[in-house]
Design a binder for this molecule. Structure first.
Ligand code: ADQ
Length: 727
């Protein structure tokens, strides 16, 4: 049976010390429940921190726990020590990512030390994972504590399906860019084949950050990095609907309800249930309650707010001070409005069991869910599912992901206390048939999209990425193809390597000056040149100066400006085109206006062409300008025998007489090669592929459509192929 390995910060178990041994209790969280829907077709394993710091166990105890986790719960622990929890979990995860991704910049710390721990712990998860993984497994990684893990895994196991789901919001680019490690985080997540978010807004924000920071564009949520295809989609998490819907019929829940009702003596109930977290808007909610009793005094003595808050992240200062503020605010409001026998707020600062939670959900007249930001918020869904008597109103913050699904709730702005107070009044006055209608539509939707559907849909979408990749990768050079090429190379006497430079022999760089050849490449080229039967040609869009600077020390034929110039071994540059350059005078001022209107873009003048570079500019602005510029140029160039070349973050205007294909063909025709290989990644390299004789080996770099016979994924694969010719 195929296996799914689920990886999350915490394992779905609670481990408690009982005398001399440990008691392990499985927790019934949504994720663990949802997995049961896929367990018919897959065996599910789970990897994560067990909840006990490694220093609190002896080696013997660790072994016992490991054994029992595996045998009884299919879980593998990742042991973390006190420093790791302090810096990776409380530190980087909860003091950097959590506040920043929830738009609480004021609480966000940027510390190198915690970032280092975050990287180390992600690496630790990776090392534990590779101990158990096999090539056929599917890996599903969860949440913001493990954003570097997908890339670590993908680098080692390219063919394994890796999924990633983020449970919290993905912020807009303007917020995300404040993170000093934005690039590393995005590259980490992009190691996954399928990336899921709760809402379409988060998908949009993520795709925009990927485009701005890494330069990858997308089509309908599909990113092509050149070497890989990644699918990004909104897949809102559901709940175990039936469990909540059935719960109010449960004897224990009924008993619990009766106890609470007796205590409330016919009071109307407003319910509030959350982890105690500053993102949940507890203070704002309490202030709205204060305003509600002030503006609508008739409710005094008739309505009670039951507020349940689960202690959370108590070791972090901001949570500690929030707890004090909540205590004080509740004290102040109760002091202000209480009467003998009635207090406006009943407050529980603890976790409550399922029966009590369920009893509260089913007897609440109104549930108030008003987070300042929330990835989804399952409390809202659980409340609606628990209603069995068609009575109840949900007041929901527009800042919670769940508000995109539950439009029939009363939607409020969590910072607008007047609006919340008025919403409470409307909710308490809402006619029963209106309550019933709203509840019915929400319940039907939640029933259809429950946690089981969510988990199986995620796995389905993840599995589907394999087919997309296969479609794109159908011409990928196989080992067999490679052997054929190597054999014909060995049998030949006069060989030529026609190689593009940027993107083919080196990766695409955001800064032109970074794209210098490295030692590995120099070594590779010089080894190729050592064999006197080999000729190496580098054919690039770069200028003569550039190519001279990079390669003049090597016995390589250089072709600059897309075929306009050639320099044979130890000779001078020769121009291959004889063309009128008067057009530059007309085009330069047009390009100049685009430089002025697009900060950080610039013009490069080559002998036979003009290039507008926009790789450093804001990508959204640049793409608007690019469209405008192309439209402006199109009518002008037609009359001037010029072509427009839409390259990687450049737009080049050049004479139509210049063409890499023509020059490459000239080189071949002037020699009698019996082995020809041409490799390139650019649109301009297509001209080479088309012009080559039938028996030439042509290879496109990147998984894109091409006239070449084969594809390689990236420049690293090109280098390793070239290495094989020298062995
Ligand atoms: P959380 O921030 O923890 O989760 P939420 O979605 O509301 O928020 O889930 C809380 C869970 O805890 C619910 O299942 C609820 O029943 C339970 N709970 C809350 N208060 C409780 C109490 N006092 N006693 C017992 N149980 C209590 C993160 C994101 C959310 C996202 C989820 C799932 O922040 O936005 O919805 O993950 O992806």
């Amino acid at each position: 049976m195929k296996r799914i390995i689920l990886v999350s910060n915490r394992l779905p178990v609670t481990i408690e010390k009982e005398g001399n041994s440990f008691k392990i209790t499985p927790s019934s969280g949504g994720l663990a429940t949802g997995l049961s829907s896929v367990s018919k077709n897959y065996q599910c394993l789970w990897l994560g921190f067990p909840g006990i710091v490694s220093g609190d166990m002896t080696d013997q105890e660790k072994k016992e726990i490991e054994q029992s986790l595996l045998e009884k719960h299919n879980c593998y622990p990742v042991h973390l020590d006190y420093q790791e929890i302090k810096n990776y979990y409380n530190g980087f995860s909860n003091k950097t990512i959590w506040p920043l991704f929830h738009y609480f910049q004021y609480y966000t710390n940027y510390e190198n030390k915690t970032w280092e721990y975050y990287k180390e712990v992600n690496q630790k998860f990776y090392e534990e994972l590779i101990k158990i993984i096999t090539q056929d497994d599917i890996v599903w990684i969860h949440d913001y504590q493990l954003m570097l893990l997908p890339e670590l895994l993908k680098n080692k196991f390219p063919s394994i399906r890796v999924g990633f789901f983020l449970h919290i919001p993905f912020p807009s680019y303007e917020i995300f860019r404040q993170l000093p490690w934005d690039r590393e985080i995005l590259e980490g997540i992009l190691g996954a084949d399928f990336i899921g978010f709760h809402t379409f807004s988060y998908v949009r924000h993520f795709l925009s950050s990927v485009q701005q920071v890494l330069g990858y564009e997308n089509t309908f949520g599909q990113i092509n990095t050149g070497s890989r295809i990644i699918k990004v989609d909104a897949i809102p998490m559901g709940i175990d609907y039936n469990k909540f819907a059935r719960s109010s019929a449960d004897g224990n829940v009924k008993r619990e309800q009766r106890i609470i009702q007796k205590d409330l003596r016919k009071q109307k109930v407003i319910l509030s249930v959350d982890r105690l977290d500053y993102t949940k808007g507890l203070i704002e909610r309490l202030e709205a309650i204060d305003l509600f009793f002030t503006n609508y005094p008739d409710y005094i003595g008739k309505v009670t707010l039951i507020m349940v808050a689960v202690p959370s992240r108590t070791k972090i200062d901001s949570y500690h001070s929030l707890k004090n503020r909540v205590d004080e605010t509740i004290g102040r409001i109760n002091g202000k409005f209480s009467r003998i026998g009635w207090t406006p707020i009943k407050y529980m600062y603890r976790s409550i069991n399922f029966q009590t939670l369920s009893a509260l959900y089913s007897l609440a007249d109104v549930t108030l869910v008003t987070p300042i930001r929330d990835g989804m918020n399952l409390v809202a869904k659980e409340y609606i599912a628990s209603i069995t008597n068609k009575k109840g109103v949900l007041i929901l913050s527009e800042m919670a992901g769940v508000s995109e699904e539950l439009g029939e709730a009363i939607i409020v702005n969590p910072n607008n206390k007047d609006e919340i107070a008025a919403a409470l009044d409307s909710a308490l006055q809402m006619p029963p048939n209106e309550q019933a209608n709203r509840i019915k539509s929400m319940q039907e939707r939640l029933k259809r999209n429950d946690i089981f559907k969510w988990a199986s849909l995620f796995i389905e979408k993840l599995e589907a990425t394999k087919a997309i990749e296969e479609k794109f990768g159908s011409k990928i050079l196989t080992d067999e193809n490679k052997q054929t090429i190597l054999l014909s190379y060995k049998q030949s006497k006069k060989r030529v390597f026609i190689l593009d430079y940027d993107g083919t022999l080196t990766g695409f760089k955001n800064k032109i000056e970074d794209a210098k050849p490295d030692n590995e490449l120099y070594q590779l080229l010089s080894n190729l040149c050592k064999d006197t039967r080999n000729s190496v040609v580098i054919i690039s869009g770069r200028t003569r100066d550039n190519l001279d600077k990079f390669f003049s020390k090597y016995p390589i034929t250089l072709v600059a400006e897309h075929g306009a110039w050639i320099k044979d071994l130890n000779k001078e540059w020769i121009s291959l085109v004889n063309t009128n350059l008067e057009w530059k005078k007309d085009i330069t001022p047009i390009l100049q206006t685009y430089v002025d209107r697009t900060p950080k873009s610039f013009i490069e003048e080559k002998t036979f062409s003009l290039v507008w570079h926009y790789r450093n500019s804001d990508i959204d602005l640049a793409s608007i300008r690019l469209k405008e510029l192309k439209e402006t140029l199109i009518s002008i160039v037609a009359n001037l025998n010029l072509g427009i070349l839409d390259g990687k973050k450049v737009l080049e205007i050049k004479s139509l007489d210049i063409n890499k294909g023509k020059t490459a063909l000239d080189i071949i025709n002037n020699n009698s090669y019996d082995f020809i290989i041409a490799i390139g990644d650019d649109v301009t390299d297509e001209d080479i592929f088309i012009s080559m004789p039938k028996d030439a080996h042509t290879i496109k770099v990147g998984i894109k459509n091409s006239m070449a016979r084969h594809n390689l994924r990236d420049y690293k694969e090109v280098r390793s192929l070239l290495k094989e010719f020298t062995q």
